[in-house]
Design a protein around this ligand. Structure first.
Ligand SMILES: Cc1cc2nc3c(=O)[nH]c(=O)nc-3n(C[C@H](O)[C@H](O)[C@H](O)COP(=O)(O)OP(=O)(O)OC[C@H]3O[C@@H](n4cnc5c(N)ncnc54)[C@H](O)[C@@H]3O)c2cc1C
Length: 432
């Protein structure tokens, strides 16, 4: 029987893996490759802060799984994984409902010989009182669009009344990691764009943005020489940055810190910390950690089952020579997908599986069109600091690499051309 590879989660890592396995093993008929995702379309997650600010129309950058499967010799199944039967090698998918709650696709089970789990992560509000109720999150396109709509609604309301000149909109972002600081800069840009379109005449400085960080500095996971310039740029843009300020409660009116400081906010975004989806916790006896990540070995096989692999944000993968796990980043998911293309072929051929080693090629932080800051790491050059236009170019190239893995060089070039032409004919902001 043909070897059945089932990949659950078509995100930054899973979709690249399905595409590349489809083009190789699937096309030759060596294996049947099936991708399962809870949604019908894919958007690269690092773009979500741009969707939230309205600087990116997500419909232009989305990819349809059904079409991608047809073009790349794999099958697509719509469904949300909710269970696993390791004995019978089956995953269980929940029924998919339409917007009215009617069943669209029934609950069902799928058999596998090799299972790859790449279901990503969601934001971790650490159980903070009121956070789930009052904060917006940026885990999915829907959530990012909801934030954008709420921001736009404030402008539209002010536009229709006499309030415009005095209306203030306070946005509080919890977490000064990459997502938080990039969103802050993108919102500052949005305020200027919306003013330029004459919407509501709310002055750009009346969109007040505050970033609140529990740690002593912005970008705590990155080297200080990146955090320093980013902090300065944010302050230059008029963003208030509060460090050493842990949020202990979120209310309808704003945020309350552990020291009792109250930060008034109309819109509140929680962008601090991650955890893997709850359904993974101890699933079918597999080893998981306190944030529900599946524990894997350097081969990316789960510690208790050789037939099950996990990678990307939902996997806890040890780094050789360090007590830290591989960080939850798109570049790690991309590298691990490349390794698994080889591993799954070798598994079918009976070869020894290679081990994954995380290569940090550096970190780039985009501050909208104002700047980008980061470092690039190379074997020969060591760490090189980049800032401004050049850093922005490298930042954009990360997304181009993802597109190349999905579409190949020619179609990526056509997409780039299309978006350049579109820039001249469409508003620079999504205004609906
Ligand atoms: C706003 C933002 C900005 C970011 N910026 C950067 C950046 O600049 N650089 C960087 O390296 N990283 C960045 N990241 C992190 C990066 O997006 C993630 O590390 C990366 O997307 C992880 O890839 P993944 O394949 O593990 O998961 P994802 O890309 O999250 O994909 C998970 C997929 O699984 C599907 N899924 C989830 N649950 C189920 C289920 N039960 N059944 C079926 N399907 C399911 C989802 O629909 C999704 O398609 C950013 C993240 C955010 C939120």
């Amino acid at each position: 029987m043909t070897h059945r590879i089932v990949i659950v989660g078509g995100g930054a890592g899973g979709l690249e893996l399905a595409t590349r396995l489809g083009k190789t093993l699937g096309k030759k008929g060596t294996a049947s490759v099936t991708l399962v995702d809870a949604n019908l379309t894919h958007i690269w997650k690092p773009l979500l802060h741009e969707v939230a600010a309205g600087s990116l129309n997500s419909y232009e950058d989305e990819l349809n799984y059904v079409a991608q499967a047809k073009w790349n010799h794999f099958q697509f199944q719509l469904g949300r994984m909710q269970g696993l039967d390791r004995e019978n090698k089956q995953i269980h998918l929940a029924a998919t409902l339409d917007e009215n709650g009617n069943e669209l696709v029934p609950a069902r089970s799928l058999g596998y010989d090799s299972l790859v789990i790449s279901v990503g992560s969601t934001t971790n509000d650490f159980g903070t009182k009121g956070a789930a109720e009052h904060c917006l999150f940026l885990d999915t396109r829907k959530q990012a669009e909801r934030f954008h709509q709420q921001l736009l609604n404030r402008y539209l309301r002010a536009h229709a009344t006499e309030l415009a000149a005095t209306e203030e909109i306070n946005v509080a972002i919890v977490g000064a990691g990459a997502t938080g600081v990039e969103l802050a800069a993108e919102l500052h840009n949005a305020a200027h764009e919306l003013a330029a379109y004459g919407l509501g005449q709310i002055k750009p400085e009346n969109l007040r943005i505050t970033v609140i960080e529990a740690g002593p500095r912005v970008l705590p996971a990155l080297p200080e020489r990146i955090g320093g310039p980013v902090h300065k740029t944010l302050e230059k843009l008029g963003v208030t940055v509060l460090t050493n300020s842990a949020v202990s409660e979120v209310t309808a009116e704003g945020l309350v810190t552990a020291t009792g400081q109250v930060i008034p906010a109309t819109l509140k975004v929680w962008a601090a910390g991650i955890r893997a989806p709850a359904f993974l916790e101890g699933i079918a006896g597999l080893e998981t950690n306190r944030i529900n990540q599946l524990q894997v070995r350097p081969t990316l096989q789960t510690t208790r089952d050789d037939n099950i692999f996990a990678f990307g944000d939902c996997a806890a993968c040890p780094q050789k020579g360090s007590d830290r796990n591989v960080p939850p980043r798109a570049q790690a998911a991309h590298q691990q997908a490349s390794l698994l293309v080889k591993s799954l072929r070798l598994r079918i051929e009976g070869g020894e599986l290679p081990e994954y080693r995380y290569k940090d090629y550096g970190s780039l932080i985009s501050l909208s069109k104002f700047s980008a800051v980061g470092n690039l790491m190379g074997n020969l050059t060591g760490s090189v600091m980049l800032e401004g236009w050049l850093a922005r170019m490298f930042y954009v190239s990360l997304y181009r690499m993802h597109q190349m893995a999905l579409y190949g060089m020619f179609r990526t070039a056509m997409l780039m051309l299309g978006s350049r032409i579109g820039r001249g004919t469409e508003p620079r902001m999504k205004l609906h």
